[in-house]
Design a protein. Structure first.
Length: 614
């Protein structure tokens, strides 16, 4: 759908407008345009199709031709009139004195148009917006004041609108008004910006003002004043943009899922911040409220979760057993609640839930609590229902996850489990010789994640060739069996392709019967562990049955090219920390395959973000 941006200030106006439009293009559009005000002149540039077409036009101009002290921009999704340059915004009044961009629909534009035509006005476009430009232009001739002209015209418009208006004769202001269409004003320092959505504002300022219906704002470089349609002054209610607002915008990505995949390095960075200050010093995890003595005495851990959170828990088991040596079980919450389990007051129950609203996990935690277990909840929503039963809450702080397919919350859960396992080992006084190098490597993970993301274009190409298959087998061993399971789940849920994950060693015990040239086998190969050679052997067995082989590996061994059809390389990483990196290519593969197949990536059929029924 349409997006609008307006800017007044000393930054490069054309750049601010184009960046703003770029951040709004996820809404969908078919043409774009900007109007630049410079010293009594308004210059309009438009292009049909992608924003790049407009950018190319602007890039061909000299700095002088693009110079501007303010401007307005628009991406249009055609409603009245087809996607042509003439119909694209901004539109000018007939005398060229007024320029406007508009989101929404003016329902009575035909009557207003006829009225103007009767007065001798001739229209160039088929749009409802040009009618508004002409009306304001007509009124301006009478009143000689842009704000007043807008206040006089607005009561004549029926429908929905967010309008940004400039006037050749009033080069110090943009006038904006809205009704039933979003418009936000960003208050900067010596600059101000307006837009139809937060993403276009974020890079200029975090101070925002929401305009109410039928309020008219006069936005100058150093001031913003709001009036109602009768000229009464209205308060300027400046709010700080919250992280949530930032999180719920697509920030220019095509889908929330892609944006959330790309957020992972920074989420991990934030989670590590203040936890590991010196690799030789104990980790700081004050949120764990259980006393050190009680933690030392614990003889068992039970991890309970569903779906993707369950996969994080399976890796958690591996970490706790390897680093702490305490027996750990992992179970889907939906199984735990219907079985006679042995949870007691010596049990530590770790419940993992992104939403904190998953009914099965909440019931499981309530039952465990009734049996006297100590409860740690790992969640992305510390204010959610599940935390009512928690003795300790570990907030994974991933920001709101909008896409139904969990990505960033998974890596944030994993990181939290790594931190907890290290903390637990330190309290127990075990594995102490191994911990400094693990901590050192943990700190390097965000940069390595960024390296993985930098190969996205290559993964996208590979995904295109893989998108023709209907069935996949995923295999992994040890700490990366859950990674393979998570990769298969991602593919299933957003592309509806059948993907099943198996322990690599189990392939020969049955699933191998499925293999032929139509059943690709996707593996995870991390050198430095016995499982590496064994997994290669399993892949060779699959190759002998004609299966196409794909691997995600941190090995740079050229020999692998002889065996595998598709290799996705990730940076060198220890087996223990590899799940944090290996999952990213799986997420990207699933994302791109779903996108190639034209599926609804963020809202897959039959799925909901919080499953509040058992
Ligand atoms: C998969 C996915 C689901 C959830 C599961 C548990 O991408 O999102 O499998 O992981 O429904 O949800 P939470 O973690 O909110 O309890």
């Amino acid at each position: 759908m349409c997006g609008i941006v307006g800017y007044i200030g000393d930054s490069n106006v054309e750049k601010v407008l184009m960046q703003g439009l770029d951040s709004l293009k996820y809404r969908g559009y078919d043409s774009a345009g900007v109007a630049l005000y410079d010293n009594g002149n308004i210059k309009v540039f438009k292009a049909v199709g992608k924003l790049e077409n407009l950018q190319n036009k602007l890039s061909a101009l000299s700095d002088d031709e693009k110079r501007a002290s303010m401007g307005i921009g628009h991406i249009r999704w055609a409603t009245h009139g087809s996607a042509t340059e003439v119909n694209a915004h901004p539109h000018l009044s007939m005398d060229g004195n007024i320029a406007i961009v508009h989101n929404g629909i003016i329902e009575n534009y035909k009557e207003l148009k006829s009225e103007l035509e009767a007065k001798g006005y001739v229209f160039k476009s088929q749009t409802d917006t040009e009618v508004v430009a002409y009306l304001i232009g007509d009124e301006y001739k009478k009143v000689g004041d842009l704000k007043v002209a807008v206040q006089h015209i607005i009561p004549r418009l029926k429908g929905a609108y967010a309008l940004c208006i400039m006037c050749k004769d009033e080069g110090d202001k943009i006038v904006v008004v809205r009704k039933n269409a979003p418009l936000v004003i960003g208050i900067g320092n010596g600059e101000n910006i307006v837009a139809s959505d937060i993403p276009a504002i974020i890079s200029t300022t975090s101070n925002i003002v929401y305009l109410n219906d039928d309020e008219v704002a006069v936005v100058k470089k150093d001031s913003v004043e709001i009036e109602d349609l009768n000229g009464n002054k209205m308060p300027l209610n400046i709010q700080k943009m919250s992280i949530e607002m930032d999180a719920i915008s697509k920030m220019g990505y095509k889908h929330y899922m892609l944006k959330e995949i790309y957020e992972q390095p920074n989420i991990v960075r934030n989670l590590l911040c203040g936890r590991i200050t010196n690799v030789n010093a104990p980790i700081s995890l004050d949120e764990v409220k259980i006393s050190r003595d009680a933690l030392k005495q614990l003889s068992r851990v039970q991890i309970i979760a569903c779906g993707t959170s369950l996969h994080a828990g399976q890796i958690g088991r591996y970490l706790i057993e390897d680093l702490v040596g305490v027996a750990t079980e992992v179970e889907p919450a939906s199984e735990y609640i219907y079985r006679k389990n042995t949870t007691d007051k010596n049990s530590l129950v770790i419940a993992i839930s992104q939403s904190g609203e998953t009914a099965d996990t909440i019931t499981a935690v309530r039952q465990a609590k009734e049996k006297g277990a100590y409860i740690i909840v790992i969640t992305n929503r510390p204010d959610s229902n599940i935390t009512r039963y928690a003795d300790s809450i570990l907030n994974v702080n991933a920001g709101i996850e909008v896409s139904v397919a969990a990505t960033k919350s998974y890596t944030a859960q994993l990181l939290t489990l790594y931190l907890f396992a290290i903390y637990f080992a330190e309290v127990k006084g075990v594995s102490l010789d191994r911990l400094p190098s693990i901590k050192e490597e943990l700190v390097s993970i965000p940069v390595k994640m960024e390296e993985v993301l930098s190969s996205d274009a290559d993964i996208e190409k590979k995904a295109e060739t893989l998108s023709k298959y209907q069935n996949f087998v995923y295999i992994g061993r040890g700490v990366n069996l859950p990674t393979a399971m998570e990769g298969a789940l991602k593919l299933k849920e957003i592309s509806y392709i059948n993907a099943n994950a198996y322990p690599a060693g189990e392939l020969k015990h049955g699933p191998i019967a499925l293999l032929d040239e139509n059943m690709p086998v996707v593996s995870v190969l991390i050198p430095g562990h016995i499982s590496y050679d064994k997994t290669i052997s399993n892949c060779e067995e699959a190759r002998a049955r004609g299966a196409k082989l794909i691997t995600i590996t941190s090995s740079d061994d050229k020999e692998l090219e002889k065996l595998f059809d598709v290799i996705i390389r990730i940076p060198v990483v220890s087996d223990m920390l590899s799940p944090l990196l290996a999952v990213i290519p799986f997420q990207l593969l699933a994302y791109h395959i779903s996108n190639f197949l034209g599926k609804d990536v963020d809202q897959p059929r039959n799925l909901a973000k919080s499953v509040t029924v058992e």
